[in-house]
Design a protein around this ligand. Structure first.
Ligand code: PMP
Ligand code: GLN
Length: 382
């Protein structure tokens, strides 16, 4: 008889919906990944580095050239300097970075505050560390932090707060004023932060991404996590990084060196080359994805779905109250996939207590124009 360490964990909604899409032949707008290729120069660089024999372990902390490029990108994007040797760690994916950060600081009995709807990777990691997640619901319409609820959720056991902006699944951003409010609230407390910023370069309508890296008081206690998967259209490369002050980085690396030791070497070489040669790539991303968001939303305008355009990420929430209010979002996602050929993600699975009457599913618009047109055509006749 196995006593599960994660009795409440099943197969993720991403796997379930992608599998159903494959089985039914539906367009897969569920799990978040592009259906177009990464830049050719980036793919070519991997082949080149493999041929050149860059096939053995990289340094545990990440290839120095890549850590330098990350630091350079941070200076360009946020106007600040981080120490590539002592504050930047490359990991096999942001997921592993989050896991290592949680294992590094969470002890038995600690509480970690997460905001619902909450990305699914945080809670299992907290539970494995012997901690417990305390769920605080974001605003129903704006998905903003309710600081009163947050203040009520704080306890002497609170050891960490997990932020995620741009936010998956809602696309909501965080403002400087909100970060200031958070800093005021936790100033005299021993609380760490994870700031999951994997969608940092996917922000629209000229709005900035407000990074915790730009908030010195919060950064002192933060692990700031990002992913090359989102920024360079290579989710399957599972390569990400964490930026944290030296003392936190040292603790994180103690875990990372025994979870994986290092990331995949030729991928790190290729990313370092591409970042050096194409620094403009990240600056062009907002316009690139905004065009996709706008095309998709324009095509959906005549449908019976209602929505507010996503401010960030490559996800669009759509409300189906005018179509099948009788269905829960899980039922709606299954029905849309099976009967209408478009797979989506129901968002109730990201809540501890799903809000009564919420009728939202998430659609990924990181797709070629023809995929978006085909999907919208199907969605417009539902
Ligand atoms: N955080 C969020 C909010 C995500 O949406 C994702 C994945 N898509 C990750 C972390 C994980 O990123 P990675 O694939 O680099 O592990
Ligand atoms: N982050 C991706 C999403 O939100 C899923 C990644 C995964 O499948 N674990 O769709």
């Amino acid at each position: 008889m196995i006593t599960s360490k994660l009795p409440n964990v099943g197969i993720t909604i991403f796997t379930q919906m992608s599998q159903l899409a494959a089985q039914t032949g539906a367009l897969n707008l569920s799990q978040g990944f592009p259906d177009f290729d990464a830049p050719q120069a980036l793919c070519d660089a991997v082949g080149r580095h493999i041929a050149q024999g860059h096939n053995q372990y990289s340094p545990m902390t990440g290839l120095p050239a890549l850590r330098e490029q990350i630091a350079t990108k941070i200076t360009r994007s946020y106007g600040i300097n981080v120490d590539a040797d002592h504050e930047v760690t490359v990991t096999p994916g942001a997921t592993q970075a989050i896991f290592c950060a949680i294992q590094a600081v969470i002890n038995r009995g600690d509480e970690v505050i997460v905001f619902d709807p909450c990305y699914d990777a945080y809670e299992p990691s907290v539970e494995l560390a012997g901690g417990r997640c305390v769920h605080v619901q974001l605003g129903l319409d704006d998905f903003a932090i309710d600081f009163e609820k947050l203040a009520q959720a704080l306890s002497p056991r609170t050891k960490m707060i997990v932020l995620n902006a741009p936010h998956n699944p809602s696309g909501a951003l965080i403002s400087r004023a909100e970060l200031d409010q958070l800093a005021d609230l936790i100033r005299d407390r021993d609380i760490y932060l994870i700031s999951d910023e994997v969608y940092e370069h996917l922000v629209f309508d000229g709005l900035p991404h407000v990074s915790v890296l730009n908030h010195p008081e919060l950064y002192e206690r933060a692990f700031v996590v990002s992913s090359f998967g989102k920024t360079y259209h290579v989710t399957g490369w599972k390569t990400g990084y964490v930026v944290a002050p030296p003392a936190l980085t040292a603790e994180l690396r103690k875990v990372h060196q025994y979870v994986s030791f290092c990331g995949v070497t030729p991928l790190q070489y290729a990313l370092a080359d591409f970042m050096a040669e194409h620094p403009e790539h990240v600056e062009e991303l907002p316009a690139f994805y905004q065009a996709k968001r706008d095309l998709f939303c324009d095509l959906l305008a005549p449908s019976r779905f209602t929505f507010n355009r996503a401010a960030g990420t490559y996800f669009q929430l759509v409300d189906y109250s005018q179509i099948r209010p009788d269905l829960t979002d899980v039922e709606m996602a299954l029905w849309m996939t099976r009967e209408h050929g478009v797979a989506s993600i129901p968002i109730s699975v990201f809540y501890q207590t799903p809000p009564e009457g919420q009728r939202l599913v998430r659609l990924c618009f990181a797709k070629r124009e023809e995929t978006l047109r085909e999907a919208a055509a199907k969605l417009c006749v539902i």
